[in-house]
Structures are given as C-alpha cells and as structure tokens.
Design a protein around this ligand. Sequence first.
Ligand code: BES
Ligand code: MN
Ligand code: ZN
Length: 493
Amino acid sequence: MQLTLSPTPLTEVETPLLISGVFADVPLPAALQQAFGDDAIDGRYKQTLLLGSSGGLKARRTLLIGLGPRAEASLERLRRAFAYALIRAQEANVSACAVALPELPQHDRDQLVRAVAEGLLLASYRFDQFKGAASQAAMRQQRPIEQVTLVGEGDAAAVELAQTVYRGVKLARDLGNEPPRVCTPTRLAEVAREIAARGGMRLTVLDREQMAELGMGGMLGVSQAAHEPPKFIVLEYGQKGRGKTIALVGKGITFDSGGISIKPAEKMDLMKMDMAGAAAVLGAMSVLADLKLPNLHVVGIVCATENLPGGGAFKPGDILRAMNGVTMEIINTDAEGRLVLADGLSYAQRYTPDAIIDLATLTGAVVVALGTHISGMITNNAELAARVKAAGERTGELVWELPLLPEYRDAVKSKIADIKNSAGRNAGSIIGGAFLEHFVDGRPWVHLDIAGTAWVEEPPKAEDQPKPYQRRGATGVGVRLLVDLLQHYAGEA
Ligand code: BES
Ligand code: MN
Ligand code: ZN
C-alpha cells in the first residue's frame, strides 16, 4: 500500500472513496456538513457510515468514522480508528482511497500524521502467500487498497517514517506467520544478511562448530536434536563510542515442540512463532538500516534454533555450561528460551553495552498474568525500564513490570549446578527473568516477555477487534517499541 500526502481541499479530492473522521463533540468539516448535513453520524468511537456521492464533493463515496470526543483522542485511538476504517474501506472494494487527516491541536502534527498512517498501513497487512491458486483468485474479488492519499497539512517525512517502520513490522509479522519449515534459523540468517547489506552493518553468523569454540552450551544443548542447523546471528550497526551501545537480543526458536519434555499436540502449531523475539530484533534492525539513525551503536543478536525431541536430544537432568561459565541444570527441556538467551546475553557483554533489551516468547505464565494486551517486563534498572515503558506508551506496545524480588532470585538456584531452568508453576515469568539476570553482568537490562502479545486471533466480527491494526497471526510486537527507543537515544546527542 502506497501512501502520499496532499493538501487538496476536501471538496476537490477526486477519489472512489473518501474517509473522514468525525469527533463526537466537534461539528463535521464544513465540506462534509454541506454535502451530508450535520446529523449523519454522532461521532461515537468506531461508528462508521458509508455514504454515496453528493453534489458538493468530487469523491464518489464517503466513509465516516467516529473518533469519539476530541479531548480523549490519543494517538493510539487514532491508530485504531483509522485501522478500522481501512478494514471497512476494503469491504467497499476500491483500489484507492483518500483519508482526511483530522485536526487535533493537542498533538504534534508529525505524530498525528504518523499515527494515522501507521494505523492504515498496519491494518493493510495480509499474509496470503501460501494460499493456492483457487483461493488466490477468490480473494482477488476483494481488491486490496493499493493507493492512499492523506488529505491535509503535514510533512511528507512523517508519512515516509511510518512506511519505513511498517516495513520492519511487516518483516517481523511475515517471519512469525511463515511455516516452521520455511522460517528456519538459516532463513533468519539470510534475512540478517539482507539487512546488513542494506544498512552497512557488520554481520556474524556462527554455526554449531563456532558456537562450540565459544562454549555456547545453551545454544548447543537446545539444538542437539534439531535437523535444521542452528544459527547465532549478530548484526552490528555503528561502532563503539558512537553514542550509546544498545544490545538487542531475540529468542529465535523457529519451532518449540518442548523437546523431550514435549508439549501437548493441541495448539503446538502456534509454536512456529516462538521466534517472535528474534523477529522483533530483525524488524527493528531492518528499520535502522533504512533510517540510519545517528549517534548510536546497536548490536542485534538472534539465538536461532529449533527445539525438537529425538535420540540425540538434550534431556531433563542434563547440565549445560553457558558461554559465561554459568552452569544450568535442565529440569524441563521446554524451558529452552532462557538457555539460548543465556548465550545471547553472555555474547552481548563483548560490547560492554550501556543497555541490553531482550525479547522472548518466554513463558505461558505471562499470558496467565497479563493476558494478550501488554508484555511482561523484568529489569535490574529502573531508568532503562522507564525508557522502555515510555516507548511502549508512545507506540501502543505496552509493557508492565513484574517484580524481581530477591526471593525469586533464590528460586532458580540449583543443588548440583549454579542455576536450574525451571522452578515450578508459581511466578513463572519472574523466575524466567531471574534466570536471565545471571548473564547480564550487572549491566542495565530489560527482559520483555512477549509470549502473550506476539500473536493475535481475530474475532469473527471486525468491530470486536480491540486493536484493528493487528491482523490475525503474528503481531510484530516489539518492532515499533524498539525503533521508538532507539530514536530517543539517537536524539540525545
Ligand atoms: N515458548 C514457550 C512459551 C510460550 C507459551 C510462548 C505460549 C507463546 C505462547 C516456552 O519455551 C515454554 O515452553 N515455556 C515453559 C516454561 C516452563 C517449562 C518453565 C512454559 O511456559 O510452560
Ligand atoms: Mn518451550
Ligand atoms: Zn519456547
């Protein structure tokens, strides 16, 4: 979907479909008021109304979308409302439309333009490359909207930024949606290669042998029975001393069967998305490759392997030694994410980072604790946590801190090794964090558990979808948060 910006007066916009927001407490824009009268719609949030042609407009049809009271119109509400409008517009079967940008004096214009553009772009996402010819043809009956003109005052750079960020989210969503036989560790390494070439980044991809040389016992243990070769992927943007050094570490389990501690069959297919943390890191690095932010040194690390059972698999009772020397007793081979991240976080220490953010679909427990609308955050540093939280609020990718009490640190201690990878059902997400803390060398660190937020099921009716900019499947969560965080670091020259 291509977005352009045009300051044409509403009455002059020639388009098969004009979309305009309506606030509950603000009269319709004069052009629409003249065309349709004042009582066409009351502006309730997400209320829609499709209208035919009118003498006063050059648009063939008009879709009004309620935005609620203007004082309550947050950027997130705009993202959601215009995403919803796009879905409704898709039902009108047009290949182009125009969107009137709302007037919202309380928000910075660039932010507003970006939020509207983002909502439209994110909602336009489709994953249909695996549909066969017949269903492809059937789907072509409903044409995708390819061209959107944003009508109003604004800076084209804000639209461009939204499109750049969307490409990163789309990459992360695609990787999460791809079947596990397609999205393999090798595929993630190939994606990293493309990003490195585009962004002038250094790329390192370690194979099994090289991981063994570095003593990456977590990566090696988890990947022991995997047929697909594991990959440890490092993308480096900028260099040490060029502003802050930020390490991003992603869990890249391209399929999590649980291993010997095998998962039940029901919903096991969902475990193709257990690389969502890695996808977020690659998505953010991909955006960085386009934005070329100044004043930053960013290291993106992806720990990629399958977790499969087999005669050669690692076992409950095994003890693995991570790259930093910490020994890990395996209680449950299904707590594999923390084992590969142990090496990812240890490796990150080479860069003496000022901040480390890891993203992982780490625990089912976080879904129990927080549900699917907010990611769990565990941290050793309040300042970094506040930054991440603020980035979450700005982007709508919310995070909530879970307390890393000293008592939970005790829970991961092992009787025969340094730490153990599972400690029962209580506070499972915090204990996951307490495990990871052993690999960050006391540096500022945030762990984001995105097990609940990385995937969304679509309700039968589009109006029941609370975040219409998310489509069924992988959400690409983390990409927008990370990009926002990096933009703020880059802005602090
Ligand atoms: N990948 C799973 C966590 C997960 C669950 C992600 C649901 C997405 C949706 C992870 O590897 C896992 O299996 N965690 C275990 C940890 C336990 C054995 C300590 C879990 O949550 O049961
Ligand atoms: Mn698992
Ligand atoms: Zn997993």
